[in-house]
Write a protein that binds this ligand. Structure first.
Ligand SMILES: O=C(O)Cc1cc(O)ccc1O
Ligand SMILES: [Fe+2]
Length: 425
């Protein structure tokens, strides 16, 4: 598979020579009888630096379809209704792999979210699937989808081209874009669905012009299409619910495109991690890969943050994450290895945790004891990759999250047994 590089570049690509118009977007007769379609993921009048749109040249207009009807698959994809929201710290075991045949769409399980699809907020989902998609495509009209695989490779076919991702990579599918997920075996992972401002790279402030996720490491597919005249199901998520319709050809019939609203992938191993070289554990915002800002400066609708392998060198420092109460709500997942705040076990690859607004969390008793006793030589935290979806709004949980069978009953117990401080008499 081939890629174009750079974050939010204005790309131009054609799968057939001569398919991409030169010098204009909508010529009277595009080459070969293709149809021009503008795909807008920001308002026309969004400021230039925010503006995202692409021009697609396709074999048939997207408009050629009948009415969408309610879709009854994906039984655990849900919009949280607030009835299960809790201040309690929550932790989940991984989703079991499905026993029946389940593809990526039907394998999506919503754990939580906030806001609403027509303004801002996020949806938090896990997926577990074992079947590939062929004559089926998914369109999420509610938000862009940040896919974080934990187990198994995904080949993601989108209207703008194909990309492959393995655990340790992420992929981003713009809101409204059709895609299918091809797999060769069981897969599992996480999805952050973003209803707010599209994810972008964070400002670097005093860090300077380089560092964290560098723009050139983001990869966008080149144009790719298939010419298939057979029935394809389009499943659409719209206002929290799923809808379905059938068209008589493949939706992946875009022969050429140009623009800056496009899918991309990123290898998290490329993240240029910053940390202290003196003392103290810096705020985890230094590990932000992508951010969806809200209208309050510095207060994100969603930050996507990772905890990658890194050197720990802080002197006279409690090195793991400190104890914390946070106005922002924190949902975490683990791709592989051990997370340095949870050395006592229980936070396992494929599992998840939630620390909602202002509820105390931090290192478990085991990690705390070790971190206070350890000889502070430089050490490398290796073979680990955890991440966080951090949001300004309380994360509401779903019925599945609370009653679906993976919630651990005893998470609070990991913070038992701290010795009381002894004050001088
Ligand atoms: O483990 C967590 O919950 C996330 C987290 C990480 C960190 O480095 C500092 C604080 C914090 O809450
Ligand atoms: Fe925190």
């Amino acid at each position: 598979m081939h890629y174009q590089t750079g974050f939010l570049n204005h790309f131009a690509t054609e799968a057939v020579e001569g398919a991409l118009p030169e010098g204009r977007n909508s010529p009277q007769r595009p080459a070969f009888g293709l149809y021009a379609e503008q795909f807008s993921t920001t308002a026309f009048t969004a400021p230039r630096v925010e503006n995202r749109r692409s021009w697609l040249y396709r074999m048939r207009p997207t408009t050629a379809h009948g009415a969408f009807r309610p879709y009854n698959g994906a039984r655990h994809l849900a919009a949280p209704d607030g009835s299960h929201t809790t201040p309690n710290r929550l932790r989940w075991d991984p989703l079991p792999m499905p026993e029946s045949t389940v593809d990526f769409v039907d394998g999506i399980v919503t754990f939580g979210g906030n806001g609403d699809p027509s303004t801002s907020g996020i949806g938090i989902h896990l997926y577990a699937a074992n079947a590939t998609m062929d004559t089926r495509a998914f369109q999420n009209s509610d938000g862009e989808m940040l896919i974080v695989p934990q187990e198994g490779d995904l080949r993601i076919v989108t209207e703008l081209g194909r990309m492959e991702i393995s655990p340790g990579h992420i992929a981003l599918i713009p809101a409204g874009m059709r895609f299918r997920v091809e797999i060769d075996g069981p897969v599992r992972g996480y999805v952050c669905e973003n209803f707010g401002a599209p994810f972008r790279l964070p400002d670097l402030g005093p860090i300077g012009a380089n560092g964290l996720a560098n723009p050139r490491d983001f990869q966008t597919p080149v144009a790719w299409f298939e010419d298939r005249d057979e029935d394809f199901e389009i499943v659409q998520k719209f206002n929290g619910k799923l809808w379905t319709t059938t068209i008589d050809h493949s939706p992946f019939d875009v022969v050429a495109w140009h623009g800056n609203s496009a899918p991309y992938r990123y290898d998290l191993a490329r993240f240029n991690t910053m940390n202290t070289v003196s003392f103290d554990h810096p705020d985890p915002s230094i590990f932000t890969v992508l951010t969806s800002p809200s209208d309050t400066p510095g207060t994100a609708n969603c930050d996507f943050v990772i905890f990658p392998p890194r050197w720990m060198v802080g002197e006279d420092t409690f090195r793991p994450p400190w104890f914390h109460r946070n106005v922002m709500s924190e949902f975490m997942g683990l791709i592989h290895g051990v997370y340095d705040a949870k050395e006592g076990g229980g936070f396992v690859p494929g599992g998840a945790s939630l620390h909602n607004q202002f509820n105390g969390h931090g290192p478990d008793a085991d990690s705390t004891r070790k971190a206070m006793e350890v000889d502070l030589k430089p050490t490398k935290i290796e073979d680990t990759l955890a991440f966080m979806f951090e949001s300004r709004a309380i994360i509401q949980t779903t019925d599945f999250a609370m009653n679906g069978g993976t919630l651990q009953p005893d998470y609070d117990a990991c913070w038992e047994g701290f010795e009381k401080a002894k004050l001088p008499k």
